[in-house]
Design a protein around this ligand. Sequence first.
Ligand SMILES: *Cc1c(COP(=O)(O)O)cnc(C)c1O
Length: 403
Amino acid sequence: MTGMTSTARPFLNRRLADFGTTIFAEMSALALRTGSINLGQGFPDTDGPEEVREAAVRALRDGRGNQYPPGPGVPELRTAIAGHQRRRYGLTFDPDTEVLVTVGATEAIAATLLALLEPGDEVVALEPYYDSYAACIAMAGAARVPVTLRPDPEQARFRLDLDELRDAVTDRTRLLLINTPHNPTGTVLTREELTAVAELAVERDLLVVTDEVYEHLVFDEAEHVPLATLPGMRDRTVTIGSAGKTFSFTGWKVGWVTAAPGLVSAVRAAKQYLTYVASGPFQYAVAEALALPDTYFDGFRADMLTKRDLLAAGLTEAGFAVYRPAGTYFITADIRPLGAALSEKGDGFAFCRSLPERAGVVAIPNAVFYDHREAGAPFVRFAFCKRKTVLEEAVARLKALAG
Ligand SMILES: *Cc1c(COP(=O)(O)O)cnc(C)c1O
């Protein structure tokens, strides 16, 4: 694929041959070398709530989770995850049979795909992809079938082409892999789009894996609709969540799966041989985090909204065409309005390689998230989960592009 720049790797097997190193390593090194502000990688530069951090300290001191926690996750956390899904979405899951704690959403994705896919199966996934999807599909020996989210300048968003989705499904399709709110485009799939996904899944009897790690980062009028809430979906959907993005503790690596018992058992079978268990004390802290009052979630969203608006305005002023995200903490911008010379003829790779020298800011070329690279060529991604002063400085630097 796609997500990676390849170097010669004489030992790497064929399944992973295209997955040598990620673009993030290259761009982060470039940021360091040039003293640039790194808006490439999507992690916050401040920690989450103090009381949640203290809860982890307490668990560690009290000896909770310092030894192997139970395989499915500590009961307190499984109960908290089930409670969260019930309160927010009216979805009921049995904490004992329908919830599995994983090592971040990353392990949830890996274990789910390794458990559910046979070699030769096809996975229909939304392009641009989060980078681990393609690698995990490859590790499972399956094939990915991309459906490209298309920029719609009129709606100022990337949208799902429902005919294209329908045409991508074949007799070999095992599952649909969905991500909403969507990284990197910032699209939040509408109820109408998701209803069409659900109808297709029911009609073709497909499983659906849905990555909803940005469920709490939804702005303006947009609404996060969990796929599992739609008719016919609860028992054919594996929903993936994570504490990393919602609570700004990406280093803790606490994620989860909610699904019907048969699916959870299958995912657990793979998960137990990947890591067995992890993050013991952090699991207790995340259980407390999920029970925080709405004021936490509202405040977090409001803070990110201010940051989105700050960066979106700065990018617009610098000359980019901005697709204002309805969700996530990423902005995808089109570089072409900057002009042929400044935008490196619309080549996002060349643009991101020269941006640190030109403006002291690092972004990621969206093309790395595509199989159809040409479809992603003119787009670049900026993360806005950074301190306000950092974003202000980035915006000031980017003004250099406008002359
Ligand atoms: C960050 C991210 C993940 C990984 O989450 P972890 O909990 O850190 O493993 C998965 N999916 C998407 C879309 C992400 O942006």
